[in-house]
Design a binder for this molecule. Structure first.
Ligand SMILES: C[S@@+](CC[C@H](N)C(=O)[O-])C[C@H]1O[C@@H](n2cnc3c(N)ncnc32)[C@H](O)[C@@H]1O
Length: 273
C-alpha cells in the first residue's frame, strides 16, 4: 500500500486544514496520520459550513434522518455514535428524541451541544451508556473511522433496547471505494485529505453478519449524491466562492439509493431480541 493511502499522509502543510493550492482540499497538519481524530480539531470551523469540507456529511445526515421514525415513547433516546458537531440534529429535532452524541473530539461536541445534542466525550468502542438505554442508535460515517468496527457494533447492540433501531452509513471495503472515496475524492477541491484510512473501510457482508449475531437483521443499500443536484451544487458553490457571497446554499444535493453498495451504503435494522 502506498504511503498516501495508509499511515502518515505524505503531503502535509505547515498550518492545518487550509485548502491545498495544488488541488485537493484541506490538508492535515504535519505529523498526523490518516484518520487521526485531531484532524477534526483542525477542521472545526468547517463543520457547519454547508459549502465546507464536511458538506457531504450534511447531505448524509439528512438521508440518515429519513430512516429514523418519530419517537414511540416520551423520553426516547437517540444515541448518535461519532456525532461530530451534531449535523444530524436539525433533521431529527422534531422527532421527539433526547439526542445524545458520543464523540472523542471535544471541539466537535461543543458545537453539537449548541444544536441541542447532549454531549458525551467517549470512544465509541466503549460507550458510557447503560445496556438497553437507546431507542435508536445512529452510527453515521463512524464505522470506517475506528480500528475494529465489530467492537462498535457490539456496543451499539448493547445499548439498544429490544425493538430499537440501528441506522448507519459507511464506506465499503472494496477497491472501488478506495479509488472513489480516497484517491479521487481527495483530489477534489474542498475534500479534506487524510481524513480516511482505507484500511478501516467496512465490508458490507461482514457488517450484516456481525449485526445478525446481535439479533439485528441489517438491510443494506448503496447510496450516492443525486448527479444533477451534485453538479448544480458544485457550480453554484464555485460561483458563491468566486463572488465571496454568503448566500444560503439551499441547493444541497439529495442522497439517493443506487444499485451498488460497493462504495457508500446505508444500513438499518431493528434489534429483535
Ligand atoms: C466523519 S465524522 C462523522 C460525524 C457525524 N456522524 C456526521 O455524520 O456528521 C467522524 C466522527 O467520528 C469521531 N470519531 C472518530 N473515531 C472515534 C472514536 N473512536 N470514538 C468516538 N468518536 C470517534 C470523529 O471525532 C468525528 O467527529
Amino acid at each position: 500500500m502506498r504511503d498516501d493511502q495508509a499511515g502518515k499522509v505524505a503531503e502535509s502543510a505547515p498550518s492545518a486544514a487550509r485548502a491545498g493550492a495544488a488541488g485537493g482540499g484541506p490538508r492535515p497538519r504535519r505529523g498526523l496520520s490518516r484518520n487521526d481524530p485531531r484532524q477534526y480539531d483542525d477542521l472545526a470551523d468547517e463543520w457547519w459550513d454547508p459549502d465546507g469540507a464536511f458538506a457531504m456529511l450534511h447531505w448524509l445526515a439528512r438521508a440518515r434522518a429519513e430512516l429514523i421514525p418519530p419517537a414511540r415513547r416520551p423520553g426516547a433516546v437517540l444515541a448518535d455514535l461519532g456525532c461530530g458537531a451534531g449535523l444530524l440534529a436539525p433533521w431529527v429535532a422534531d422527532r421527539g428524541y433526547r439526542h445524545v452524541g458520543v464523540d472523542l473530539v471535544r471541539s466537535a461536541l461543543v458545537q453539537a451541544a449548541t444544536h441541542g445534542v447532549r454531549p458525551v466525550q467517549a470512544d465509541v468502542a466503549a460507550v458510557p451508556l447503560a445496556d438497553g438505554s437507546a431507542d435508536v442508535v445512529a452510527a453515521g460515517e463512524i464505522l470506517e473511522h475506528v480500528p475494529g468496527w465489530p467492537r462498535v457494533v457490539a456496543e451499539a447492540a448493547r445499548i439498544l433496547r429490544p425493538g430499537g433501531l440501528l441506522v448507519l452509513d459507511t464506506l465499503n471495503a472494496t477497491a472501488l471505494s478506495r479509488l472513489v472515496a480516497v484517491r479521487l475524492a481527495e483530489r477534489l477541491p474542498g475534500v479534506p485529505r487524510g481524513i480516511h484510512d482505507p484500511r478501516l473501510f467496512v465490508d458490507a457482508r461482514a457488517l450484516v453478519r456481525e449485526c445478525g449475531r446481535f439479533g439485528i437483521t441489517l438491510r443494506v443499500r448503496g447510496v450516492r449524491p443525486a448527479a444533477r443536484g451534485l453538479v448544480r451544487w458544485l457550480v453554484r458553490r464555485a460561483v458563491r466562492r468566486a463572488a465571496r457571497t454568503g448566500d444560503d446554499p439551499g441547493d444541497a444535493p439529495r442522497i439517493v439509493p443506487t444499485w451498488s453498495a460497493a462504495v457508500l451504503y446505508q444500513g438499518w435494522g431493528v434489534k429483535e431480541r
